[in-house]
Design a protein around this ligand. Structure first.
Ligand code: ARG
Length: 274
């Protein structure tokens, strides 16, 4: 599709400045507590992503970072917000558990009246991605299928559960990105054979990414329907997005790779009531 036919829709995102970002534990294969982290550089890179989103016409809300919660910068994991309703996150790892309440408190303090404290494991939009027709939900490493069902009932939208099998792509948003409506891109090799078949059937026109694209965090991308923000390490995938009429914006988030995340991980979309 030519670029002229792609339309951006202004979005609202929640982000968390990485003032206390560090790698003090390892809960995914990207994290190495022995490798030094430059928190100042992380803040500067995060700011560039923030400013790029604002420049593209989006609204960015900020949640205050909490000392002792170094992964809180990965706001995608803080909740799932669909139709103005907020499903809180419940983390698998004790190190991140307190983030769930911190994010839910933010929503209650900012006018979100329909909120739910989760009964089952779900790591927010890291594992629950919204397309026009479905909620796509990952399991295998973090969120549970019981958490998927809880999302389906709370939001009243059909959930498609997808099994992740490669520990490097432990959250769905490292293996799959929603580009527009029911258009997605994903790395088939990150999923079980059954889930690959499901994705092929539901999304026959998807852009198929390679394991290299995914390892460069290219699928940890954010799209407004026209502009796609993704890691500058994912050049080949950016080229393919251009061929499909999207406008890629390359962002350097090298410091945040050390925690195992990139563009999408740092943003949580606040979808309004219809
Ligand atoms: N260190 C964090 C963790 O392992 C990174 C989270 C990345 N976020 C994401 N939405 N994929 O939980």
């Amino acid at each position: 599709m030519p670029t002229a036919l792609r339309t951006a829709r202004p979005r609202r995102y929640l982000m968390c400045r990485p003032a206390y970002f560090d790698v003090t534990y390892a809960i995914n294969p990207w994290m190495n507590p022995d490798k030094p982290v430059d928190t100042g550089l992380a803040v500067a890179q995060w700011q560039q992503l923030h400013d790029a989103l604002v420049e593209a016409g989006h609204t960015v809300d900020l949640i205050d970072p909490v000392p002792g919660l170094p992964d809180m910068v990965y706001a995608a994991n803080g909740a799932t917000v669909v139709d103005g309703k907020v499903l809180g996150a419940r983390f698998r790892n004790a190190e991140r558990a307190a983030e769930g309440a911190a994010y839910l408190d933010w929503f209650r303090d900012h006018g979100f009246t329909d909120t739910r404290e989760p009964s089952h494991l779900n790591e927010g939009e890291g594992d629950i991605l919204t397309t026009r027709s479905y909620l796509l939900a990952g399991h295998g490493f973090r969120s549970s299928t019981a958490g998927h069902r809880e999302a389906q009932e709370y939001f009243g939208r059909q959930v498609i559960s997808l099994e992740l099998t490669d520990p490097r792509f432990y959250h769905l948003d490292t293996a799959l990105a929603v580009l527009d409506g029911d258009e997605i891109m994903y790395n088939p090799s990150a999923f079980s054979a059954d889930s690959r078949a499901t994705l092929r059937r539901l999304f026959p026109d998807a852009i198929l990414a390679t394991p290299d694209d995914a390892a460069a965090f290219g699928l940890n991308a954010l799209s407004d329907g026209r502009n796609v923000f993704l890691s500058e390490t994912a050049q080949p995938l950016a080229g393919r997005l251009r061929e499909h009429g999207y406008t890629p914006h390359l962002i350097n988030l090298s410091e945040l790779f050390k925690g195992g995340g990139s563009v999408k991980c740092c943003t949580l979309e606040l979808r309004p009531a219809a």
